[in-house]
Design a protein around this ligand. Structure first.
Ligand code: SAM
Length: 275
């Protein structure tokens, strides 16, 4: 069987008697027009290596395989293995499936050290921690094309001053160029979730901060946005407060949401210098 001979995804799910499990954030994309669009937006092509987290019934996996890429899919739910095995055979072995928790896997081990992009319709419950894992390393994908709840997608791309601007925006934008590239209404999924979703494409910057600076940025943004209405001298008190801001040349009377990503990086550098 070839990829083009596979039955529609809905039929595959029925044939294997598979129903979505809420506890694993299972909301499936069964419309290949949508998954093909995501594959196209990801920019991956023949001979690229892609890690897909949570292939589930394999709608996005099919689209990626049609684009000619080699896929390593990490799935936690063993119920999907027989269906994904069929897909792997139809793709001439370009799909390898690992039964594992994506939070636990060592991506460099999976890929044998080969560069790889990540493309995924992420499970809601682990979407943000997975993104932070890939932003902070040690494994850095060549690009990430990721479906999130729309509210999370907006928090990733938010500019300073916006109500959605916070820890996630600073971490993501410090490490990568981030763009919201597609909206996906709740009705695009089976079963439909309670909220809309959106796809964000992130391309790691060549000059992204080293691990130590990303760590300092995590600590700072947690404190600063944990008390976002307060002035930095107070929200950052435990991390050096007034002296820290002075070291970075930043007015301690400002609030977190007014600082640019570059200013947060300056603060993080000052924090490292203080230690
Ligand atoms: N990619 C499929 C699609 O678009 O139809 C399924 C997406 S569904 C939102 C999320 C998938 O991630 C499910 O297949 C679920 O079993 C899987 N999953 C949930 N938590 C996971 C984890 N920690 N590691 C790997 N896969 C996980």
């Amino acid at each position: 069987m070839n990829l083009s001979d596979l039955p529609p995804l809905r039929e595959s799910l029925e044939a294997h008697g598979l129903l979505a499990k809420k506890s694993l954030g299972q909301h499936f994309l069964l419309d290949l027009n949508i998954t093909r669009k995501i594959a196209r937006l990801s920019g991956v092509g023949p001979d690229d290596l892609v890690i897909e987290v949570g292939p589930g019934p394999g709608g996005l996996t099919r689209a990626l395989l049609e684009a000619g890429v080699q896929v390593i899919a990490v799935e936690k739910d063993p119920r999907f293995l027989p269906l994904l095995q069929e897909l792997s055979e139809a793709a001439g072995g370009r799909l390898r499936v690992e039964l594992a928790d994506a939070m636990e896997v060592d991506e460099a081990d999976l890929t044998g050290g080969r560069p790889a992009a990540v493309v995924s319709n992420l499970p809601y419950n682990v979407g943000t921690p997975l993104l932070v894992k890939w932003l902070t390393g040690p494994f850095t994908p060549t690009s990430m094309t990721l479906m999130f709840q729309k509210e999370v997608a907006q928090r990733i791309v938010a500019p300073p001053g916006a109500s959605a601007y916070g820890r996630l925006a600073v971490l993501a934008q410090a490490a990568a160029r981030c763009e919201l590239v597609m909206d996906a209404p709740a009705r695009a999924f089976t079963p439909p979730p309670k909220v809309d979703s959106a796809v964000v494409r992130l391309v790691p910057r060549d000059d992204r901060p080293p691990a130590e600076l990303m760590d300092a940025l995590q600590t700072l943004t947690q404190a600063a946005f944990g008390q976002r209405r307060k002035m930095l001298r107070s929200s950052l008190k435990a991390l050096g407060g007034e002296a820290l801001c002075a070291g970075a040349g930043i007015d301690a009377a400002r609030r977190a949401e007014t600082l640019s990503v570059a200013e947060f990086l300056t603060l993080a550098q000052a924090r490292l210098a203080l230690r």
